[in-house]
Design a protein around this ligand. Sequence first.
Ligand code: C5P
Length: 336
Amino acid sequence: ADAILVAPASADFLARLTQGRADDLLSAICLASDVPLAMAPAMNTRMWQNAATQQNARTLLARGVLMLGPDEGEQACGETGAGRLQAPEVLLAGLAELFQSGVLSGKTVMVTAGPTREAVDAVRYLSNHSSGKMGFSVAEAAVEAGARVILVCGPVGLSTPDHLQRLNVVTAQEMFDTVMAHIQGVDIFIATAAVADYRPVEVATGKTKKKAERIQLELEPTPDILAEVKARFPRLFCVGFAAETESLDEYAQDKLQRKGVEMIAANWVGPAATDTEGAFGSDTNALRLFWKDGESELPLASKDKLARQLILQIAQLEEMQGQHTIDDDKVVSLPA
Ligand code: C5P
């Protein structure tokens, strides 16, 4: 285990831990372990307020034990006050703080995530299977690493992680405009979004009726957000994603050169994916990372775990390259 959380931690257990007892399994494990310890106190409110318990809690805190709670409110015994077990999500968030690396503290990170939708007519659109999970995991990992995070996302069914700014968009053009409107002050740009590459040239205002046997849809390219960000802000540390069904390494290397970005995170999608679910929508993934003079492999793992590893790699590389926050004097003006 990387940490021990005792939830609920009774008044008796806090006393036993304070004394360093080892006469049952839990106290023995806690005494014999050198991983971080967290307590979620839960007891009758008078037991919590008792001077002995308060003294024990202070002693444990002073020894570096993390105290998560207790919460206040109605208790099982019928009394009201401090002593309730904290909600599981609060415990989880508190525990996660133990692992915050701080490698991106002071940095601002922008992440694009999810698919975009390009309207065909009033009721139809072109899109893809991106769930946004990888991007959300990356954004959360950046928050955990201490960064200020702006998450620009297409239509996804995911709840907003804590402590970040979420900006919702629908089309590639909206994503482009939103990214450009908020890019000042960003240190690291991570493009995980599966942006539609083409959109219909004309969008019917009403619903197109079924008439002809075959119809043709004329498409035009959407703006390449990542390439444009890199072109406008050459000193911004940019990371692109490459989801491929074949020739993963070659396409990733090609993208690294063509878009001029600092790193490409490549993964298989479709039938070739290592994961039977094929990356899109799945909770797991595997990544190959490519940068100018190196590469590394992040084997199949949960997207949360991968995202943390990716953020570490990005932080190391960014530190090595000594990139700086963009400001006006570094902005390259492009011809309109
Ligand atoms: O060129 P390709 O679509 O294969 O490149 C993928 C990378 O570029 C991803 O990081 C994706 O988020 C980004 N991208 C973008 N805007 C587009 C197309 C792709 O930012 N219009």
